[in-house]
Design a protein around this ligand. Structure first.
Ligand SMILES: N[C@@H]1[C@@H](O)[C@H](O)[C@@H](COP(=O)(O)O)O[C@@H]1O
Length: 299
């Protein structure tokens, strides 16, 4: 896996938005062969969505042939409630870009048969050939989507009871009132996320530094469900400096050096994703550019 470290939330958001843009544009999606993107909610992706909207408005990116699947949704919250994940996605991203409403998939937390709704979601993902890139965030306890500590690492889309810690963390979106936070959610499983051909997780803030250390430096463990990314052949974590507080200095230096060496190999001017990274050059080596083009750091 790769760990990309940027100075702060804003730089992390810029990196992830550019990454999404590059992936979609390289894929050259069409109506017959759309790009399938998995998306999260929460405060972590807000900056990324803002930058994606800017890229769309600048004409650098289109969502016309993008199909999306959202990670999760609360159970029992009206769809038009300001804190529903439906409202979140339309307000922060979808209504500002050219995505076709029929290409948006968000679990219905008010479906008459919730189990059926989850099965249908998995079937819909399979029908479009799986997810190309799944973006995600984590809770301070290391959960991805609503896969709380102890969730099976082979879990699929299902109904999930929220951990008390998550209910408290999400009370900030419900006037600080724990009693207003839904206690159940529909969520993709850990395996649903890990089935994507690429997974990119954003982790920012000192309050998530323990979770980042568990994710990167310790073993795969269902108590920190994000750690499943260690088993993914194309896993990427993008974090800010604050989130690295609990990592060993050696770990941070290792991942920074991987990026620096890669950067020195392909040359600064070829990279739109490398903002803020110093170029390393061996003395007298110039840009040491290889004869064949390279696409991204190799994990
Ligand atoms: N289900 C969501 C997760 O998908 C998200 O990653 C997490 C963190 O949210 P934030 O980014 O606001 O810290 O919140 C909720 O629990």
């Amino acid at each position: 896996m790769r760990l990309i470290i940027r100075e702060d939330y804003d730089e992390v958001s810029g990196y992830v938005a550019n990454y999404v843009k590059e992936r979609i544009n390289q894929f050259q999606p069409s109506a017959e062969r759309p790009f399938v993107l998995g998306l999260p909610t929460g405060s972590s992706p807000i900056g990324t969505y803002k930058k994606l909207v800017e890229l769309f408005k600048a004409g650098e990116l289109s969502f016309k042939n993008v199909v999306t699947f959202n990670m999760d949704e609360y159970v029992g919250l009206p769809r038009d409630h300001p804190e529903s994940y439906h409202s979140f996605m339309w307000n922060h991203l979808f209504k500002h870009v050219d995505i076709k409403p029929e290409n948006v998939h968000i679990l219905d937390g008010n479906a008459p048969d919730l189990d059926e709704e989850c099965k249908k979601f998995e079937a819909d993902i399979a029908r479009v050939g799986g997810i190309e890139l799944f973006l995600g965030g984590i809770g301070p306890d290391g959960h991805i989507a609503f896969n709380e500590p102890g969730s099976s690492l082979t879990s699929r889309t299902r109904v999930k009871t929220l951990a008390y810690e998550t209910i408290i963390a999400n009370a900030r979106f419900f006037d600080g009132d724990v009693s207003k936070v839904p206690k159940l959610a529909l969520t993709v499983g850990v395996a649903t996320v890990m089935d994507a051909r690429e997974v990119c997780i954003t982790i920012t803030g000192a309050h998530k530094s323990i979770a980042l250390a568990k994710c990167i430096e310790e073993g795969v463990n269902h108590m920190w469900t994000v750690s499943a990314i260690q088993m993914h052949p194309k896993g990427l974590v993008v974090c800010d400096e604050d989130a690295t507080l609990e990592l060993h200095v050696k770990t941070v230096k290792y991942f920074k050096s991987i990026e620096h060496v890669h950067h020195s190999l392909i040359g600064a001017e070829n990279l739109s994703l490398q903002g803020g990274v110093k170029q390393l050059r061996a003395p007298g080596s110039g840009n040491a550019r290889p004869a064949t083009p390279m696409n991204g750091p190799y994990e």
